[in-house]
Design a protein around this ligand. Structure first.
Ligand SMILES: [Zn+2]
Length: 102
């Protein structure tokens, strides 16, 4: 078993040595490949790209910390405070001295 470990170690060292030698060439090849990819990307349209839609924006309830869609949220003082429900809006904070981080 120890033989295999030694061989593996040697192989890894050799691999690292070769890799450091070949690395500049690999980078060059990568550059060429990337440029080719860009060229093909322009021709082929990619509809699979995910676009972040602003409609499904989530906001956090200031009282209970629940994440809800911005459309369904209740806001006070023009968005300074956000609540998930009228109950949360009416509730008082649990601790009087509440440290606000940030
Ligand atoms: Zn809430």
């Amino acid at each position: 078993m120890s033989k295999y470990l030694i061989i593996a170690g040697l192989l890894s060292i050799i691999f690292v040595l070769i890799y450091t030698r070949v690395r500049p060439y690999l980078k060059l090849i990568q550059k060429v490949v990337n440029s080719l990819n860009v060229a093909t990307d322009v021709n082929a349209s990619t509809p699979a790209r995910q676009k972040s839609s602003s409609k499904s924006k989530l906001v956090r309830c200031d009282r209970c910390g629940t994440w809800i869609p911005a459309e369904r949220s209740l806001t006070l003082n023009s968005g300074l405070a956000t609540f998930c429900s009228p109950e949360c809006m009416a509730k008082k904070p649990a601790s009087k001295e509440r440290k606000i981080a940030g």
